[in-house]
Design a protein around this ligand. Structure first.
Ligand code: UDX
Length: 447
């Protein structure tokens, strides 16, 4: 009989995982403690913008016309425990307020709520990004709290999905990493992932601490690549070099590779910034803080790019105060194809200029509702052209396709001054300059 799967936590990761599991042919029960989330999902709607996710949900959510009916939702832990052979825990681990460490309260509460209902053999699989050592502790919690005791096992299976590509990354992962303590756990997970593995995804079997570390190591490496190229951008700015050419040229070396070398205002979002900070905090607890002191530098290179963007804007406007200056900000989300504004470099830059007296108008294709909620005092426009109308400078801060396809000539007609600052090195300088704009970008010569 086919395995039955539950997914605890139906946020970004959980909703995607649940839909993907249904797509792979399993009967799936998603659980969340927030009633509004469950109601939305039952209607086949997602509370965030993620290409392809709503379609996948609608294909499987029970009660939707023409669906497979394989995906249902509940708020009841007893029902989830009775339903699943494999329980994936997909809850959030945000950064603790005012601290580097990550907040494990959602994970802890998910385990504490599920375990007392596990009266039969089951496999619980952690997917959340956690400090190394958590799986070992949570395995003990399960044995202590589950009536089935040792029959309830834990495995750790980190998730590497990228926002904007979540569906594709879940159905066709680069790799599947599982931390297990028994052959039975490995066998069950091989069954769950049989389709992606037969499609070519490598299946890496390891222990708990390695599985937990793979995720934080991968994100630390990506953050390091971005901060490395941003450090090179700072040097290029000082020396008159061009970081875009530099990245292209070093990227031809396969050992370096071209990806994640786009200089600009740096990384944000719900993962990279908090993951490198939580990693440093955990290394400190383990007495290995020296090994990760470089991550402090990665973080500070990243954070100072935002201030440098503000200064570049000030300079382009002739120096001095932002008072009386109208600034159009194109982009609010931390990256394109997402509506996520968590730790968004774009909104941080917009907020700094606003606080310094600039009159900021933001436009983003998908992130307006979240941006308005987080930064209610900024100005907002319904289109890019409206944001640019009357602007003394245009800041391109999230590289949506829509912005690359703008016509600089007609935008120039509505702007007060034709000054564009590219915080993502994604616009074509030649096209903008040909239309009469002064184009400035991070890490590139002025003209
Ligand atoms: C990241 C990891 O990529 C993913 O594997 C993990 O599971 C979760 O964290 P995500 O947060 O969706 O995914 O974003 P990502 O695509 O990694 O981009 C992070 C940030 O880096 C964005 O703000 C992006 O604009 C920035 N970035 C990315 C750069 O500044 N330059 C680059 O070259 C690439």
């Amino acid at each position: 009989m086919a395995l039955k799967i539950t997914v605890i936590g139906t946020g970004y990761l959980g909703a995607t995982h649940a839909a993907a599991m249904a797509e792979l042919g399993f009967e799936v029960l998603g659980l969340d403690v927030v009633p509004e989330k469950i109601e939305m999902l039952q209607r086949g709607e997602v509370p965030m913008y993620e290409p392809g996710l709503e379609e996948l949900l609608r294909k499987h959510v029970a009660g939707i016309e023409g669906s497979s009916g394989r995906l249902r939702f509940t708020m009841d832990f007893a029902e989830a425990a009775a339903f699943g052979d494999v329980h994936f825990v997909c809850v959030n681990t945000p950064q603790k307020h005012g601290e580097y460490a990550c907040d494990m309260s959602y994970v802890d509460s998910a385990f504490a709520s599920l375990a007392p209902h596990l009266t039969a053999p089951a496999l619980v699989v952690g997917k959340s990004t956690v400090p190394v050592g958590s799986a070992d502790r949570l395995a003990r919690t399960l044995t202590e709290l589950a009536p089935a005791g040792e029959e309830v096992e834990l495995a750790w299976n980190p998730e590497f999905l990228r926002e904007g590509f979540a569906v594709q990354d879940t159905l066709h992962p680069d790799r599947i990493v599982v931390g297990v303590r028994s052959e039975r756990a490995e066998k069950l997970l091989r069954e769950v992932y049989a389709t992606p593995v037969s499609d070519g995804s490598p299946f890496v079997v390891t222990d708990f601490p390695t599985a937990e570390l793979v995720k934080t190591a991968a994100n630390s490496f990506l953050a390091t690549k971005i901060s490395f190229i941003n450090a090179m951008a700072e040097v290029c700015e000082a020396a008159g070099g061009d970081v875009v050419k530099l990245a292209e040229a070093i990227g031809y070396d396969d050992r370096i590779g071209k990806k994640f070398l786009r200089a600009g205002i740096g990384f944000g979002g719900g993962c990279l910034p908090k993951d490198i900070r939580a990693f440093m905090a955990r290394a400190g607890e383990l007495g290995a803080d020296q090994a990760l002191t470089f991550l402090r530098e990665i973080d500070s290179i990243n954070m100072r790019r935002r201030g440098q963007m503000v200064e570049m804007t000030r300079e382009a406007l002739g120096g001095g105060s932002f008072l009386g200056k109208r600034i159009a900000v194109l982009g609010a989300t931390f990256k394109p194809d997402s509506d996520d504004v968590r730790d968004s470099p774009a909104l941080n830059v917009a907020g700094q200029i606003h606080l310094q007296g600039g009159q900021v108008t933001v436009y983003d294709p998908k992130g307006m509702h979240n941006a308005r909620r987080l930064f209610p005092t900024l100005g907002y426009a319904e289109t890019a052209v409206e944001a640019v109308r009357g602007a003394h400078a245009v800041l391109h801060l999230t590289e949506w396709r829509e912005f690359r396809e703008l016509d600089p000539a007609s935008l120039g007609e509505v702007a007060t001054d034709r000054i564009v600052l590219d915080g993502r090195n994604a616009l074509d300088p030649a096209v903008w300059r040909a239309a009469g704009w002064t184009y400035r970008a991070m890490g590139r010569p002025a003209a």
